[in-house]
Write a protein that binds this ligand. Structure first.
Ligand code: NAP
Length: 269
């Protein structure tokens, strides 16, 4: 079994990963490092907040937590992604980046670190979402440019970034299939814009409420019809299982930047 270090161990997804590691038949990984912030209330406690103890203690000492890890998974927050990647590069530990909402500066730092270690950036680790992204790209090519494309997403009230990393990735799938960059065509706010929708733009709509795990719909609309491709996650376990699968795949790869599509292969299954 290969060692796994988790950044963001105390969060919703960190705990979902701990549960997934405990499932029978889970990936050939065992928890060896459990990382939280220096101000975490869980420092010194077992990584599992409930259920069977893991025997691994929550720490903010990243270097110690990375000792013995064959791979690390980052489910912390956007603001620490760059420093976590630097620590992994220094320790020579491959890194799966699952945290979302980070800026272009962080993306550039991830690219730099990927010269030293393999880094997989996965704003969504569910296999279902990878299939949806593939379907969206195909639908974009098949339907052509007459169709207006809108991406809508809904998440729980505690989510910090908006639109979600998955919504942006779906928007990129549409823009890429049209030979454009998302930055050229994305519209994130229509408030106060007193004009009709622009041709070719991709609009984003966001709901934050209650305990919604994650829902995404890409709509293709033209006069007379609307095609909608939807993914609804009802349990964080799907993200956790996908993350373990991706982490196991990443351990031992050569340095470079990878995506979930590399893990899932040409048929995405
Ligand atoms: N890729 C996917 O499939 C996927 C799926 C769901 C969510 N996400 C993303 O994953 C991230 C986490 O989501 P979540 O819902 O689990 O959030 P969360 O519940 O807020 O958990 C984040 C945790 O990060 C910890 N943290 C803060 N600073 C840290 C640091 N410097 N080092 C290590 N840990 C630190 C915090 O714990 P302490 O305060 O105890 O330190 C917090 O519990 C978000 O960016 C979210 O969008 C991705």
């Amino acid at each position: 079994m290969s060692g796994l270090a988790i950044f963001g161990i105390t969060g919703r997804m960190g705990q979902a990963l701990v549960r997934a590691l405990g499932e029978t038949g889970s990936a050939g990984l065992r928890l060896t490092g459990a990382i939280a912030s220096a101000g975490s209330r869980r420092l010194g406690q077992d990584a599992a907040a409930e259920g069977a103890p893991t025997g691994v203690t929550v720490t903010s000492d990243v270097a110690v937590a990375l000792e013995g890890a064959a791979v690390a998974v980052d489910f912390s927050l956007a603001g620490c992604v760059a420093s976590n990647a630097l620590a992994c590069a220094q320790a020579g530990v491959p890194l799966l980046v699952c945290a979302t909402g980070f800026d272009e500066g962080t993306r550039a730092q991830l690219a730099q670190a990927a010269a030293v270690i393999p880094i997989l950036i996965a704003p969504n680790t569910s296999v279902g979402v990878a299939v949806v992204a593939d379907l969206v790209a195909r639908a974009t090519r098949a339907l052509g440019t007459d169709y207006d494309v809108e991406v809508s997403e809904a998440h729980h009230r505690m989510k910090r970034d908006a639109p979600s990393g998955t919504a942006l990735a779906l928007g990129e799938a549409v823009a890429g299939a049209r030979g454009r960059s998302l930055a050229e065509v994305a519209v994130f706010d229509r408030h106060g814009r007193l004009e009709p929708r622009g041709t070719g733009e991709i609009g984003f709509a966001v709901v934050r409420a209650g305990d919604i795990v994650g829902e995404h719909t890409v709509s293709f609309a033209v006069a007379g019809e609307r095609v909608e491709i939807t993914h609804r996650a009802t349990d964080r376990a799907v993200f956790a299982r996908g993350a373990l699968r991706a982490a196991e795949w990443l351990a031992g790869r050569p340095p470079g930047l990878y995506r979930m599509a590399d893990v899932l292969g040409p048929d995405l299954a």
